[in-house]
Structure formats: structure tokens, C-alpha cells
Design a protein around this ligand. Structure first.
Ligand SMILES: [Zn+2]
Length: 343
């Protein structure tokens, strides 16, 4: 079958579009004929180093996707032809975290496209519990984007961030998939949204989507702008995945008792902790990655209720995956870069 895989680590020359063995389905599993997927930062990480993630080469890339059920058990609750989305976290079901329902913390979690072959292929096999019916109001690319990008944003904004209607959230680096998803979710909840970007056109786009304030970081001070907007109070929640470059501003933008949720560190992962500020102002800092199966179900219901559509910037055929990876590495996109796995 056709797949996009890596046979080493480095630049785009380790990424190939070619033949890989079709996966075998066992009892309890579902064989999905893949149709669409979107790119995530971790795809670049797997290409570049994959360090710290146990995996075997060659490995098929891609951590999420949309497709149709090709084979399943009769009692799986699914049937051949169902349009589905895939949760990438395959958990053990037995450790203390799985037992309490937070399977994304599973000590033996195996992630599609990281620890095992990914979704950028004709077929993918995953346990039936990782396969959910796709919302019918979305196209294939939009649906694919929910499982990682929107799920990550959901856990950050709702579970960890505890954002409520009327509260204010500051989202750094609007344009990336998770930032745009966080904007959509926060806005649908009735929160007030502030975004930052180095690019004026990304701020304009975010404002059209409901952001009340956009801070153009090359010529506007984040903390001053936030304090002016909030009457010197600060924001209830910061959502960020930039890391070191924005950490100081993020801390200083929070109201007393405010929360910061981080899911990435593209600019560096060792910022000054600013401990005095953290304990005196009683700030709360949360790390977050992906989301569990229950959160995925809650997200799908919320998106359907609010008719949230993931923003797809561009769609590439499989053969142009190298260009797509380069565009993402330069952070040129607004929203998601998608792959057509049927082309
Ligand atoms: Zn577990």
C-alpha cells in the first residue's frame, strides 16, 4: 500500500512516498481506509530526530486522520463504510491513569505516528475504542484536524484552563493549529480572546474569527496591551506553545490566581521560572498534551453544537508532503495544512 514514511532522521530526504506492507487487523481492531490527515509539529519532530520516542525505522508518519471503516468486528459498534476519525493514543487500559479514565497519561501509551506506524497511508489498524464516528457537517480534512489539534486545545482551554464564559484568555502565536483551535473553542464558550502574532495578516484573520484584541508583537508590548485591555487586571488564562520567548510576558499578563497552560516550547524549554511571582500571585501552571477519549467525545459534541469548523489552510496530495513539511517548518500557515491520502 502507498504510505509516507521515514527511513532515518534529518531533513526532507529521509521522507519517502512509497510502498509499505498493509497492516493486519486482529480481533478488537478496526481497519480504516484512510482519506485525509493534517500535519502536526510532531511530524517534523519525528522527521528531524524522533529523540526520546521509542520507534522503529522505517516508520509511517501521521498522527491523526479521517477515513472509512474497511473491516471491523460485528460487535464493535461500527460498520463497514462508516466515516470515522481516529484518536491516536493507544493506551493499556490497566495502569492507574487508564483506570481513572485519563488514558492520555497512560504509562504505556503508544501514539499513532510516533511509537507505531502512522496514518499517512492507504490503511491504518487501531483498536475499535480509538475510532469514533466523524461529525457529518465537516469535510474530510476538517474532521481529521479534530483528533489532535482541537483535542489538544480542548484539554488546554477546558480541562486544564477551566475557562468560563466572560473570562479573558490570551493566546500566543495565533496561526498555528492549536492556537486557532483554542480561539474557536474559547470564543464559542463566550470568553473574551486576545491573540498575539508577528504577522499583521494573522491578527486580522483572528479578529474576523472573534478575537477582541490582537497584539502585533514586532511593534506592540504584550503586557502593556493586555493591561490596557483588561483595566490593569490581567487575563484569567494564558494558552501558549511558544515557550521561552514569551514566558516572561505570559507570567506578567496573568491576573492573581490566573492559569497558564503550555503544550509546546518551540522557542526553547528553559525560561526563568519567576518563582516569586508564581507564589505571591498564586499563579497556576499546567502542562498539557493531546486529550483523553472522553475529552474527544466531549469535543466532538461541542464542535457539532457550535458548528466549529477547523481552519484548513491548504491541501496537498501525498506526493507533495515535502513541500507541506517545509511550509509548516516556516510557520507560514494559518490553521492546518492537510494531506489528501487518496491522491
Ligand atoms: Zn494505561
Amino acid at each position: 500500500m502507498k504510505a509516507i514514511y521515514i527511513d532515518g532522521h534529518g531533513g526532507n530526504d529521509v521522507v519517502h512516498v512509497g510502498k509499505r506492507p498493509k497492516p493486519q487487523r486482529h480481533a478488537g481492531d478496526v481497519l480504516v481506509r484512510m482519506q485525509a490527515s493534517t500535519l502536526n509539529q510532531v511530524d517534523l519532530y519525528m522527521r528531524n530526530t524522533g529523540a526520546g520516542i521509542t520507534h522503529q525505522l522505517p516508520q509511517t508518519l501521521g498522527i491523526e486522520g479521517f477515513g472509512h471503516v474497511a473491516e471491523c468486528d460485528a460487535d464493535s459498534g461500527l460498520k463497514v463504510g462508516d466515516a470515522v476519525v481516529i484518536h491516536p493514543g493507544i493506551s493499556c487500559g490497566q495502569c492507574e491513569f487508564c483506570q481513572r479514565g485519563d488514558d492520555v497519561l497512560c504509562t504505556r501509551i503508544s501514539l499513532v505516528g510516533e511509537h507505531r506506524d502512522g496514518a499517512w497511508s492507504d490503511y491504518l489498524v487501531v483498536p475499535a475504542s480509538n475510532v469514533l464516528l466523524a461529525p457529518s457537517y465537516l469535510n474530510a480534512y476538517e474532521a481529521a484536524a479534530l483528533a489532535v489539534t482541537h483535542l489538544t486545545a480542548w484539554r488546554m482551554v477546558v480541562t486544564q484552563g477551566q475557562l468560563k464564559a466572560g473570562q479573558t484568555v490570551l493566546i500566543f502565536g495565533i496561526g498555528g493549529g492549536v492556537s486557532v483551535a483554542a480561539l474557536q473553542i474559547a470564543q464559542a464558550m463566550g470568553a473574551r480572546v486576545i491573540v498575539t502574532s508577528r504577522h499583521a495578516h494573522k491578527i486580522e484573520r483572528a479578529k474576523r474569527m472573534g478575537a477582541e484584541l490582537g497584539i502585533h508583537t514586532p511593534d506592540e508590548d504584550v503586557v502593556k496591551s493586555v493591561m490596557a485591555f483588561t483595566g490593569k487586571r490581567g487575563v484569567d488564562l494564558v494558552i501558549e506553545n511558544v515557550g521561552e520567548a514569551v514566558w516572561g510576558d505570559a507570567m506578567k499578563s496573568l491576573v492573581r490566581g490566573g492559569r497558564l497552560v503550555t503544550c509546546g516550547a518551540t522557542s526553547g524549554d528553559q525560561p526563568p521560572a519567576d518563582l516569586r511571582r508564581i507564589f505571591i500571585r498564586q499563579l497556576q501552571i499546567f502542562g498539557s498534551t493531546l486529550g483523553n477519549l472522553q475529552e474527544f467525545k466531549d469535543l466532538l459534541a461541542f464542535c457539532e453544537q457550535h458548528q466549529i469548523r477547523p481552519v484548513i489552510d491548504r491541501v496537498y496530495p501525498m506526493d507533495q508532503v515535502h513541500e507541506a513539511l517545509e511550509v509548516m517548518s516556516r510557520a507560514e500557515q494559518f490553521g492546518k495544512l492537510a494531506l489528501d491520502l487518496s491522491a
